[in-house]
Design a protein around this ligand. Structure first.
Ligand SMILES: NC(=O)c1ccc[n+]([C@@H]2O[C@H](COP(=O)([O-])OP(=O)(O)OC[C@H]3O[C@@H](n4cnc5c(N)ncnc54)[C@H](O)[C@@H]3O)[C@@H](O)[C@H]2O)c1
Ligand SMILES: [Zn+2]
Length: 452
């Protein structure tokens, strides 16, 4: 939630308004938030005696019985709006359907919408709330690992537009976010792995203590849903809770001084330089965690070749990725894609590369601004060789999006892809074609080294 106050000054030929935005939002860890014994949500909603709850269809199926019983117990009438999940549905149409639900419900000033779901659902609902009457309160209960340690930590909300991810959005802080890690009990392993990659990012660059815990417990953390499955042992749960608590704290410490992302040297950009281009390159997109880990594993190899990381530390990163089944290379991760990705990222980073890479024995990071395409290509050759020699080629487990991530059957994309390939190839065969420059072979050239 934010408050804007400003004062007016007269100038020689007009006025100037100067003000500050005060922002207040909290996070509370509550296991089993819908246990009737926990009054956190009931305390907030009892004054309205009702709640508009937005969720996606999977989460609705898994948890609606729990929240219905919870609100019934507290005499609060719940109205649920169920959106379809998946990136295909992260659209203006879905956002407007939530706006319509708010209208139909007759949400009144200050009454907060409750969103229960993964990062996608909290992003779209948050954007609907940012737009509705210019600003409407909301409360988040994230249900995925990405939601808990990443999406719901930030105040960014938004939707995709056309082929552009998160192109429309806003900065809109919720009143409060309730963090219930028991939601992970039902989360498929592939989704936990996605979140694990984000934790590798943040810890390798900013929290050595947690990095070491990830190295120690990697595969067990994923299998046990971060210690939340019943059979998990106490040490594992303790380690998982420490990692997630510290991960959220580090993210808040790093990002809070820069909530509107004005400063562009951002630690959390590690893994997010070339991956946006790679993620969408295959006909069936890579899962986010796999795309960012290819990016990170490659930059770790690069950091080692520059002497920023030792061989031992490089191998530690790669061995952990391998153990938890995260991708470290892809056949479409080529010199051409690296060039395409670098050019795209220079546009969003004000002309500088700002490649974050971990340094020392992890826990700190440096920014590189002088990587040439010749260096990229040499390191790429070495990286692919290393992947083949030690890590079975560097392919991860369940690396591609599924129905849940996409909101449609990925096989349909393959069918459409075949059609697209035909569309491109047949005119070329006829000699009158035009094909996209983005995937053509390009000779290596230097990215202008820019001083930090
Ligand atoms: N706002 C931000 O700063 C920020 C940061 C990171 C990611 N994001 C956004 O978040 C989205 C990805 O979030 P995500 O990884 O949470 O994906 P998601 O919300 O699409 O959820 C992934 C899948 O898991 C299902 N699911 C959710 N909770 C579940 C549970 N407890 N048990 C079983 N299944 C469950 C969902 O229905 C979906 O099928 C992307 O759109 C991304 O752009 C935003
Ligand atoms: Zn990410």
């Amino acid at each position: 939630m934010s408050e804007l106050t400003a004062t007016v000054h007269s100038t020689t030929n007009g006025f100037k308004v100067t003000g500050n935005e005060e922002i207040n939002y909290a996070f509370q860890f509550v296991d089993n938030i819908f246990d009737p014994a926990h009054t956190n949500l009931a305390e907030i909603y009892k004054k309205w005696t009702r709640v508009l709850l937005v969720t996606d269809s999977n989460v609705n199926e898994l948890y609606s019985a729990k929240w219905n019983a919870y609100f019934a117990h507290h005499d609060i009438k719940v109205t649920t709006f169920v959106m379809n999940g998946g990136e295909k549905n992260k659209t203006m149409t879905t956002m407007l359907s939530i706006v319509d639900a708010m209208n139909a419900f007759g949400i009144i000033r200050k009454e907060p919408v409750l969103v229960v779901g993964g990062g996608l659902c909290t992003d779209v609902t948050g954007y609907a709330c940012a737009s509705y009457r210019r600003t409407t309160n909301f409360i988040r209960v994230p249900t995925t690992l990405i939601g808990l340690i990443d999406a719901a930590v930030s105040i960014k909300v938004g939707i995709n537009h056309g082929a552009l991810k998160n192109r429309l959005g806003a900065y809109h802080a919720p009143l409060i976010t309730f963090l219930d890690f028991n939601m992970l009990k039902t989360l498929p392993e592939g989704q936990v792995r996605n979140g694990f990659a984000e934790l590798m990012k943040i810890t390798s660059c900013a929290d050595k203590y947690s990095w070491d815990l990830l190295v120690k417990h990697g595969p067990a953390l994923i299998k046990s849903r971060f210690g939340r499955l019943e059979e998990s042992d106490a040490e594992l749960k303790k380690a998982a809770d420490e990692i997630t608590y510290r991960g959220i704290k580090v993210m808040l410490d790093l990002e809070s001084p820069n909530l509107h992302e004005i400063r562009l040297d951002r630690v959390i950009a590690f893994g997010h330089s070339l991956s946006p281009t790679l993620e969408l390159a295959p006909t069936i997109p890579l899962r986010h965690g796999h795309a960012i880990n290819v990016d990170m594993a490659f930059f770790v190899t690069l950091a080692c070749s520059r002497g920023i990381l030792s061989v031992e530390r490089r191998d530690e990163y790669h061995a952990l990725s391998y153990a938890v089944g995260l991708s470290m290379d892809h056949e479409l991760f080529t010199p051409e894609l690296i060039q395409e990705g670098t050019e795209a990222i220079l546009k969003t980073r004000d002309g500088k590369q700002r490649f974050a890479v971990p340094t020392k024995a992890y826990g700190e990071c440096v920014f590189l601004n002088d990587v040439s395409y010749d260096e990229f290509n040499t390191v790429l050759g070495a990286h692919k060789k290393l992947m083949h020699e030690k890590y079975g080629g560097g392919a991860g487990k369940e690396a591609y999006v599924d129905y849940g991530d996409l909101g449609m059957d990925p096989a349909l994309l393959l069918q459409q892809g075949v059609q697209k390939v035909k569309d491109i190839v047949s005119p070329l065969i006829n000699g009158k074609g035009h094909h996209s420059p983005s995937r053509t072979k390009q000779t290596s050239r230097l990215v202008e080294p820019i001083q930090a």
